[in-house]
Design a binder for this molecule. Structure first.
Ligand code: HEM
Length: 53
């Protein structure tokens, strides 16, 4: 995950924007909130490798 995003200058705001879009998509598909949260909880720890700015 680190090498895939290296040098892209991804900021916290970019990461949060991705989370927003994912939530909107999961809402649109009527995925229950607990399931949404489980998905987002899997992604959250990756921010350390992805956000470089
Ligand atoms: C937890 C959140 C994220 C996950 C799990 C994720 C996952 C991935 C994966 C698996 C790849 C493909 C790597 C490869 O095939 O070599 C990738 C590429 C990429 N990601 Fe992410 N990513 C995340 C967040 C972000 C964010 C926040 C941005 C910027 C807004 C971003 C921008 C990109 C770009 C531009 C590529 C390269 C696409 C390409 O060249 O085809 N990613 N990401």
């Amino acid at each position: 995950m680190k090498t895939a995003h290296q040098g892209m200058g991804v900021r916290t705001s970019h990461f949060n924007a991705l989370v927003d879009v994912l939530q909107q998509s999961m809402d649109a598909k009527k995925i229950p909130f607990p399931v949404q949260n489980r998905m987002l909880a899997l992604l959250a720890p990756m921010h350390r490798d992805i956000i470089t700015k």
